[in-house]
Design a protein around this ligand. Structure first.
Ligand code: GDP
Ligand code: MG
Length: 162
């Protein structure tokens, strides 16, 4: 079976942009408005000759109501069915309470998690992303999904974790 990599995180941190970067085409919908990706959307991907499925999800929010709660449930389901999870954080914002709540959910899942410090568009932000060690998920991988910076190192780490 083809391994599955789930991409989760708060709304607007750049999950869909990262998915597009990983699959090498603009297929996942990127929006400035949070909450555009409602379901689990799988895409075929490959890196260094290995194939895997990357799953885009809507933004995970704890204690969400109604529609937002359904989106969060989809993200949790994506984690449950994944072999590796990419937990995406906005490094220009840093770790929020919502990020910390998401980390608790990820710990309960007991899945291998790689911490993606997205929006690290330049070296200054990349250096600041080291603060995300505080989330307790190990090494943050600084990435600019928009410009491609750091995505190769992240994908190398994904293959190692699979
Ligand atoms: P999602 O809600 O987590 O799927 O986030 P999106 O992928 O839809 O992106 C939300 C916004 O963040 C869009 O305006 C993206 O262009 C922007 N964005 C995503 N990745 C990056 C990045 O690496 N750097 C910067 N500067 N903006 C980004
Ligand atoms: Mg999205």
């Amino acid at each position: 079976p083809v391994p599955v990599v789930a991409v989760v995180g708060r709304p607007n941190v750049g999950k869909s942009t990262l998915v597009n970067r990983i699959i090498g085409r603009r297929q996942a919908v990127v929006e400035d408005t949070p909450g555009v990706t409602r379901d689990r959307v799988p895409y075929d991907a490959q890196w260094s000759g290995r194939q895997f499925t990357v799953v885009d999800t809507g933004g995970w929010e704890p204690d969400a109501k109604d529609r937002a709660a359904a989106i969060a449930a989809q993200a949790e389901a994506a984690v449950a069915t994944a072999d590796v999870v990419l937990f995406v954080v906005d490094s220009t914002v840093g770790a929020t309470d919502v990020d910390e709540a998401a980390v608790k959910m990820l710990r309960r899942s007991a899945k291998p998690v790689l911490l993606v410090a997205n929006k690290a568009d330049n070296q200054n932000i990349e250096l600041e992303s080291a603060a995300l060690w505080s989330l307790g998920l190990g090494q943050p991988y600084p990435v600019s999904a928009l410009h491609g910076r750091g995505s190769g190192d992240l994908l190398d780490a994904v293959l190692e974790a699979l």
